[in-house]
Design a protein around this ligand. Structure first.
Ligand SMILES: [Zn+2]
Ligand SMILES: [Zn+2]
Length: 110
């Protein structure tokens, strides 16, 4: 994500209006008003924040992304969240279900 001075022909992806602000934010290869770049769930502005996008290019804060889109492990029934200090979710997909790596490996030893 990058914030830089706006060019006159650029339009905000959210409002389709020409930016009235002196800077646009660039993310996902698109331009946004910094004010329009918000989480679709909690409506927090994500300027300068970490964010995630789903397959429909909806924008989420990291917290809501994990809350709404995280898969539940089919063994321990806990959400599968990224390891501490990482944004990458490690999970095993098998037969249409998701598992924690550790749970899955435990199961495969039975
Ligand atoms: Zn949010
Ligand atoms: Zn698990």
């Amino acid at each position: 994500m990058l914030i830089r001075p706006v060019k006159p022909w650029e339009k905000c992806t959210m409002t389709a209006a020409s930016p009235a602000v002196p800077a646009v934010l660039q993310a996902l290869g698109k331009s946004f008003h910094p004010n329009c770049f918000r989480c679709v769930i909690c409506n927090e502005t994500l300027e300068g924040q970490q964010f995630s996008v789903d397959t429909q290019n909806k924008i989420y804060c990291v917290k809501d992304y994990h809350r709404f889109l995280a898969q539940t492990c089919a063994i321990c029934e806990q959400l599968i969240l990224p390891n501490k200090g990482s944004n990458e979710i490690v999970r095993v997909m098998s037969m249409g279900k998701s598992y924690h790596m550790a749970c899955y490996e435990g199961k495969s030893n039975i």
